[in-house]
Design a binder for this molecule. Sequence first.
Ligand SMILES: [Zn+2]
Length: 430
Amino acid sequence: MKRRMLIAGGALAGLAGAGWALRGHAVAAVDRSLNRFALDPDAPQPDAEDLALHRALFIADLHADSLKWDRDLLSRSDYGHADLPRLQAGNTALQVFAMVTHSPVNLPWRDCLSASDPNHAAWLAALQGRPVRTTRGRAYFQMDLFWDTVLRSQDHDGPELRPILNASELLALIEARATGDTAIGGLLGLEGGHWIGLYRSEPGVIEAEVQALHDRGLRVFAPVHRFDNPLCGSSEGCRRYGLTPVGRRALREAEAAGMVIDLAHASEEAIREAAEMLREPFIVSHTGVRAVCEAPCRPDRNLSEDALRAVLDSGGVVGIGYWAHAVGAGVHNIPRVMAHVMEMADKRGLDPSAHVALGSDFDGSVATQISADELAVLTALLRRAGGGFDEQAIPRIMGRNVCRLFATRLPGGSPTMAERVEGALAAGFA
Ligand SMILES: [Zn+2]
């Protein structure tokens, strides 16, 4: 009897093991098929001067969704877009890791996305053994994963993942990297606070949710993703409303707590209303612009001229993406879109190159046209683009603009801190 039980137990364990292995293959297959990489054949090959400049830069990227996937960020993977070894190879110094928790599938018969559409993020969570039932659960799971990666990176070959929670830690990272430290700074970002205000919104509840995210380390707060939620209408939602009263409370709390407000994916009305309401500069972390958007670029997904003006007038920063739905097919569109933002800034009497940044959307279920480990292609592109892309503009676009904004906005941040950060960048980098 005992022996038979042992045999049955062994068979069950074997089946479970086989199931687990199959699951791993399925997750990898989904990851491979959704996070493709397709370098434009016309992309420039970086020469010695491009590489020398690229290695001398402090590079910051406003948006990667790598925490969504079951890949160990400490190990180099041969699929997906980004992990610490590949970010290091591409000389990225600071990366915002955003958390996607709900992504409706585009239904072919509709031209908008809704919360009730089939939800790819929930299927993926189920496949990966992550929290399935709530977006809040999925967000907190990804934050735990970030902190686990931070800890493990301290006792592991390869670059350390160093969390950036305040302006002093940003300054310390810049100073450390200037002396050869290979640590990569990581910030946690949220892509859609869908659960906030969904069931409860009495006084204090919304504020407590935002504060809890802050306490767990969240520093970049994007209220909405690709569908209208209780906080805010989305640029691809079916109703595309502005900020709701709950959304206003959440943004006010997030701004006061020293989080950077990210209006990527927000409806035009929401961006206009947020611009009126917010006191501090805000960002749009990963986008293209509608005025320079040729198919397969998706106009709704990207910034209208009014929305772009609103971000610039706040003193904020726009992260330009590398994938075709944001900028169109071909890497030469990346500087073209950046140049449009610079022209608009110039027309508004602003410093043209002070408001453009990188927003790769690595691992965001997009096919990027620049890879994390060969980011020098981007430096080569900008050097060859001419126009406003001069020696002063390139380091700003590649990272300094983000550092200045974070040094002002993060806890402990101020214009004085921004000056110290600028000084450290000038002393240690191109
Ligand atoms: Zn996104």
